[in-house]
Every structure is written in structure tokens, then in C-alpha cells.
Design a protein around this ligand. Structure first.
Ligand SMILES: Cc1ncc(COP(=O)(O)O)c(C=O)c1O
Length: 384
């Protein structure tokens, strides 16, 4: 049916009516007092969302733009950096760092397993000469639905003393209680099409004072993504280049909605949706990809055996207009991923589970008792 698509992917995520309406407004001049006032409110709300007093800078870019800005502004050619990877986006950090000639050391875990914080402790403690300039990790690894233990890893980075912590929070910001200042994270990148509940096009980078000190001597080439320019103009409620005005309108509306809901309620909702989805998947006799202990609040990956992942996705799309995500790279065709990030409610999860259940029955999946998935999800949702 036209206009009926339901996005249950980890981005782009569904957009609320208020943000959609904001997108349809006439643009205004970006050097006007009216737009300046809006930037001021947006920047204050971004700090609230990041739980930080640091600068949170907004770029016209996708999440990868935030990642690239996070590397090129604070590091110099040949710098030793430790990159954690247990999925596609951890690998992307390494690609960006290598593209700029950094000396990359990997700490890896199998896709579907979390990074081992002890591996970071060992390498950081051994670095008595303080040659490690940064530790770079992905918090919520979207390709597998695994949430890495950021608190533990950042604790070891802080104990090291000089290395910067550079974190991809693209699918954890706005879904998980990410206390940027309390943890003391130096650089945090995210993107608008995720927990922010608006379309793709804006990227966000929070920057600590320690990172700004590194910025002063960092020598990698930078121009459009030179965060110093964004900091200077943000102080005057402005932007260095023409911003996507209407995305700012939408962001303003979405941040207001988030403030009305409250941080605690937002995090509790994501946690509840995660638990309901996982309970339903188990009740339908499908293997989860990744353990409950390290499950992302944004996305649940499922590795079906008796039916093909792509058949489930295809049926959901054709019959129910529900978009699920597939596997990436070597997991293509092996898993499907259910997004429950951003503007997603209990009703959406129940709908997606009901559709998956119907698809499983149609595909002849063994061991699905009709209604079992819905019953399991409802039990979690009712308990709160
Ligand atoms: C964890 C993570 N990091 C980085 C990115 C890259 O963001 P983008 O596709 O907006 O460049 C994504 C996109 O899904 C992501 O999930």
C-alpha cells in the first residue's frame, strides 16, 4: 500500500508528525536573528541530550562525517591509536584512521560478541611511555546489535591519563543513558537519522576541553570538517557554512519532544522495547544473534535457522510494508535486524512481532506456536 511503510530498521528511523511538518516549512535566512535563536535552543538541548557541558557541534553530514571529524581534528599523521572493532562500524573507524595515515592497532572481537575491556586495560597499562594518542570505539555496534561496555573501557582510558576517548554513539545516543561528562568521554559522534527521530543529514560531535587541547597541535588536513570553525560560530549561535535549515527546524521540534518525554523515560522505553523484542524472538523459537548481557537498546539481530532471514524480510516488506534490516558484509543473508530506535513505541514492536510471527507460520518455521511471540512481548511491555 502506498505511504504505509513502517521502518523497523536502525536508521533512518520513523519521524514524528511534528518533525515532518517542520521539514515542510519555508526556509528562512540562516544569518537572521530568528535562526540564531533557534540554533541557541538547539545547542542547549543537544548538551542536555548528551548530558554534557562540552561543545556539541552540528555538521551537515551523515554519521560517518562525525566519525571523520572525530579523527582529523584531534590527531596527527603517524599517531598511535587503538581501535576496537566487533563489527562493520568498528571496522569503519579503522578505515577512516588508516585513510589519514594513523598508526592503527586493532582490538577485535568476533561479530556478535562484545569487545573485551580487559584487552584495552592491558594495552593501556603497558603504554608507560604514553604513546597511545587515542582509543576509538563503537558503543552500539549496529551491524550485530551488540552494546560494548563503554563504561569499563572509558575507565581504563581515563586511568591511562593522556589518551583521548573517541566514541561512535550513532545508535546509542538518545537510546541509552550515555553520561558523557560523568564518564569523561572526549569525543562523541552521532547522526540525526537515529535516536534523534529526524531524517539523515545532520551529524553531531561533542568535544571535551582535553580534546580541544589536542586540536591545537593536531596536523591532519581539515577544512569543511574543521571543528574549530563550528565551535567559533556556535558561540555566536551561528554556523560556519549554510546549514540545512529545515533539518534544523525538525531537530528543534524533535528535541522538544525528547525534553517533554524526559531522558529517563526515553531510556526506559528503549530498554523495554529491547527486552520485549528479545523475549518475543526467543518465544518464536528463533536464535538471537548476541547475548542478552550485551544487547543494544536500539537493535536486535536474529539468526534464523529453519527459515531464511531474507525470506522473512521479503515477506514482511511485501505483505505488511514493514522494513527490517538485513545482515551486512559476511552476515548478509544470515541474520535480520529489528530496529527499535527513536520514535518507536510498544505498539510498533507488537505490530512487528505479529508480522514476523505470521511470516514464520507462512514459511513453515518449526516450533512457532501462534501467538507465542506476541504473548511474550506483551508480558514484558505490561510489566513495564
Ligand atoms: C554505529 C554506526 N556508526 C556509524 C554509522 C554511519 O553513519 P552514516 O551511514 O550516517 O554515515 C552508522 C550507520 O548506520 C552506525 O550505525
Amino acid at each position: 500500500m502506498d505511504d504505509k511503510t513502517m521502518l523497523m530498521i536502525p536508521g533512518p528511523t520513523p519521524v514524528p508528525e511534528r518533525a515532518l511538518t517542520a521539514l515542510g516549512k519555508h526556509p528562512i535566512g540562516h544569518r537572521t536573528g530568528e535562526f540564531s535563536a533557534l540554533i541557541g535552543e538547539v545547542n542547549a538541548a543537544l548538551k542536555w541530550l548528551h548530558q554534557t557541558e562540552n561543545d556539541v557541534l552540528t555538521l551537515a553530514a551523515s554519521g560517518t562525517g562525525a566519525m571523520e571529524a572525530g579523527i582529523i581534528n584531534f590527531l596527527s599523521a603517524g599517531d598511535r591509536v587503538v581501535v576496537g572493532s566487533n563489527g562493520k562500524f568498528g571496522d569503519r573507524w579503522a578505515q577512516v584512521a588508516k585513510a589519514y595515515g594513523l598508526n592503527v592497532e586493532m582490538i577485535e572481537a568476533e561479530w556478535g560478541k562484545p569487545l573485551d575491556p580487559e584487552a584495552f586495560r592491558a594495552v593501556l597499562e603497558a603504554d608507560t611511555d604514553k604513546t597511545i594518542k587515542a582509543v576509538v570505539i563503537t558503543h552500539s555496534e549496529t551491524s550485530t546489535g551488540v552494546l560494548n561496555d563503554l563504561e569499563a573501557i572509558v575507565g581504563y582510558i581515563k586511568a591511562h591519563g593522556t589518551a583521548l576517548s573517541i566514541v561512535d554513539a550513532v545508535t546509542s545516543l538518545g537510546a541509552y543513558d550515555l553520561k558523557v561528562d560523568e564518564l569523561g568521554i572526549d569525543v562523541v559522534g552521532s547522526g540525526s537519522q537515529k535516536g534523534y527521530m529526524i531524517p539523515p543529514g545532520l551529524a553531531f560531535v561533542s568535544v571535551s576541553e582535553k580534546a580541544w587541547t589536542a586540536y591545537a597541535t593536531a596536523n591532519l588536513p581539515r577544512f569543511y570538517l574543521d571543528l574549530g570553525k563550528y565551535r567559533k560560530t556556535a558561540a555566536k549561535n551561528s554556523t560556519p557554512f549554510t546549514p540545512p535549515i529545515n533539518l534544523y527546524f525538525a531537530l528543534h521540534a524533535a528535541l522538544q519532544m525528547m525534553q517533554n518525554e524526559g531522558l529517563e523515560a526515553i531510556f526506559a522505553r528503549h530498554d523495554r522495547l529491547k527486552r520485549a523484542t528479545r523475549a518475543a524472538v526467543k518465544a518464536m523459537g528463533l536464535p538471537l544473534f548476541g547475548a542478552d548481557e550485551c544487547a543494544s537498546p536500539a537493535i536486535t539481530a536474529v539468526a534464523p535457522v529453519s527459515v531464511k532471514a531474507e525470506d522473512i524480510r521479503s515477506l514482511l516488506s511485501k505483505k505488511f510494508d514493514i522494513a527490517l534490516a538485513g545482515g551486512q558484509d559476511h552476515l548478509k543473508g544470515k541474520i535480520f535486524r529489528i530496529g527499535h530506535l527513536g520514535f518507536v513505541s510498544d505498539r510498533d514492536v507488537l505490530t512487528a512481532i505479529a508480522a514476523i510471527e505470521a511470516a514464520l507460520i507462512e514459511l513453515g518455521h518449526d516450533g512457532v506456536a501462534p501467538g507465542a511471540g506476541i504473548a511474550a512481548a506483551a508480558q514484558v511491555l505490561n510489566a513495564g
